[in-house]
Design a protein around this ligand. Structure first.
Ligand code: HXC
Length: 513
């Protein structure tokens, strides 16, 4: 028995060595942690239980039978983060470049299946050269097995992907199917085809970082939700996200203990500028309403005209969607609509109540927007809100114009409580444009057309640039003073916490993708 035990211990030790000292050193030299070090940082100390540490590939192609590593380039298992069960896989770049083939894929699928059966989040730490070239089609099959599970798990258990090295070719589609992607600046990249293929096909010269680095995917494509400075920040962000979301779609997030106090926030009274055309930062409103330092912004540098993120209010986890008047006047465009819609879908899938802060002059006009499908993309946001059954509360801080009024979680599409500040302007369009259209003849025929226009603009503004017409029809439940908003929200979220809505029976809806 003693010999047998030694044999086992030797195998475990070999499995833990990954691709060996030299390759580990090379990994560290690039500023990267190893697959096991990442798991150590991510999970509660000593909580990791490995599954499949002795798995090897079965390929004999191109001498692979002589290049076998226990574990086959991916470490899989389960553990806890803040005492919550989590399933994790961590690709080991030191073993055949973390490349994926049959056995590697089977290990990932196994923990995905366990996560589904046991209702717990899945975290993927990606660092891989892609499909293992020597193994051929089984690599492609392995990817597809994972994609299929990602899709089935979507909306059942949260799925988080950290990109900590290369992620190229079809490999990008597993992270893309998950709920959140986090990338590390300078050491990770994602693209369907790399710089060499790009050069051959389009003659563009581009570096890997420019083509698919963290900042590119944060600022240009919106593919990543977080661009982190380094691996430690990335791993800590994963833990932070988990603190706002439940284990699965049947659970709610636990409330943090909260002691009720005087909830007045006087600073909020001074945020809206006197001139309705002047900008202000919606994040100062967000921070005035939520529990201190609880805002976790998502896609911070993409479509900045809409702000999304998790926060807490009286210890309760919520999702915030807010127009940002400081960027493009807070207008809704293609990117802002898609960014908002996907976040609404996530929160609704995982029972996270929604708070909407509205200051929107409308949808962005122009050929660029029309030709890029502002109609179907704007409809995504409308659809996502309309279908969401979680508690939904809106506060109109200033402008709520045109179709954007309807889209931004109006009562008509199922919001539970709609508040407006006295500075709210709820109308079909701004007074200037409205006066020009409905008083066109009168203005043209006037002795002083400019003065007439101004007179009519004032007349329209007095009638509509306020919250009271909407309140008179019950479209607004209450007009409130800004400093009272936090208290109103705390009560309204509590009042709606047991909300139940059954959507009409159907196979599934058909969101305008
Ligand atoms: C097998 C691979 C590999 C791969 C890397 N390695 N990628 N082995 N299959 N796909 C091995 C290398 O041979 C090397 O082995 C070790 O990993 C480290 O690789 P290096 O090239 O030395 O590292 P580096 O210079 O950092 O470059 C990393 C890299 C490069 C940019 C990822 O290795 C690379 O371009 N790899 C190929 C990428 C690729 O074309 N993948 C297929 C994409 S198509 P040793 O023994 O020397 O340590 C795809 C389709 C999926 O993925 C479709 C799904 C639907």
């Amino acid at each position: 028995m003693k010999d047998k035990s030694i044999e086992l211990l030797e195998k475990i030790a070999a499995s833990k060595q990954g691709g060996g000292e030299k390759r580990i050193e090379a990994q560290h030299k690039k500023g990267k942690l190893t697959a096991r070090e990442r798991i150590d940082v991510l999970l509660d100390e000593g909580s990791f239980e490995e599954i499949g540490g002795l798995v090897t590939h079965r390929s004999t192609n191109f001498g692979l039978d002589k290049t076998k590593f226990l574990g086959d380039g991916v470490i899989t298992g389960y553990g806890t983060i803040n005492n919550r069960l989590i399933y994790v896989y961590s690709q080991d770049f030191t073993v055949l470049g973390g490349s994926l083939a049959e056995a590697h894929a089977q290990k990932i699928c196994n923990i995905m299946d366990l996560a589904m059966k046991n209702g717990a989040p899945i975290i993927g730490l990606n660092d891989s050269g892609g499909a293992r070239i020597q193994e051929g089609v089984v690599s492609l099959g392995g990817y597809a097995d994972i994609f299929y599970r990602n899709t089935l798990a979507s909306g059942v258990v949260p799925q988080l992907s950290a990109i900590l090295g290369p992620c190229a070719g079809g490999a990008v589609y597993s992270p893309a199917l998950t709920d959140f992607i986090l990338m590390t600046k300078n050491t990770s990249y994602m693209f369907v085809t790399g710089p060499n293929v790009v050069k051959t096909v389009t003659n563009e010269e581009v570096t890997a970082e420019e083509l698919g680095g963290a900042e590119t995917h944060m600022m240009k494509s919106g593919v990543t939700h977080f661009a982190c400075e380094n691996e430690l920040e990335t791993l800590n962000h994963l833990k932070k996200i988990l603190s706002y979301i439940p284990q699965n779609c049947e659970e709610k997030v636990e409330h943090l203990p909260y002691q009720f106090n005087n909830e007045d926030r006087k600073d909020l009274d001074d945020i809206i500028p006197e001139n309705p055309n002047h900008p202000y930062d919606i994040k100062s409103v967000i921070n005035g309403l939520i529990d201190q330092d609880s805002f976790l912004e998502i896609q911070e540098n993409f479509a900045e005209n809409i702000v999304i993120g998790f926060a807490r209010i009286a210890g309760r986890s919520i999702g915030i969607i807010a127009n940002q008047p400081a960027v493009l006047a807070g207008v809704l465009d293609v990117n802002a609509s898609v960014k908002g819609a996907r976040f609404v879908r996530f929160c609704d899938a995982f029972n996270i109540p929604l708070l909407v802060l509205e200051d929107v002059p409308g949808f962005l006009p122009g050929t660029d927007q029309e030709w890029n499908g502002i109609i179907s993309n704007g409809a995504k946001l409308l659809f996502a809100f309309s279908e969401a059954t979680v508690p939904r509360i809106t506060v109109i801080t200033r402008k709520a114009y045109g179709g954007a009024y309807d889209v931004m979680n109006s009562k008509h599409i199922g919001a539970d409580m709609n508040f407006a500040w006295p500075s709210a302007e709820i109308a079909v369009m701004g007074a200037k444009g409205a006066a020009e259209i409905i008083f066109k003849k009168e203005i043209a025929g006037a002795a002083d057309p400019k003065a007439k226009w101004e007179e009519k603009e004032k007349e329209y503004a007095e009638l509509f640039a306020n919250p009271y017409n909407a309140a008179a029809r019950g479209y607004i439940d209450e007009v409130i003073l800004p400093h009272k908003t936090r208290e109103k929200l705390i009560k309204a979220f509590k009042m709606t916490e047991n909300k139940k809505v059954n959507l009409p029976k159907k196979k599934h809806s058909n969101i305008p993708l």
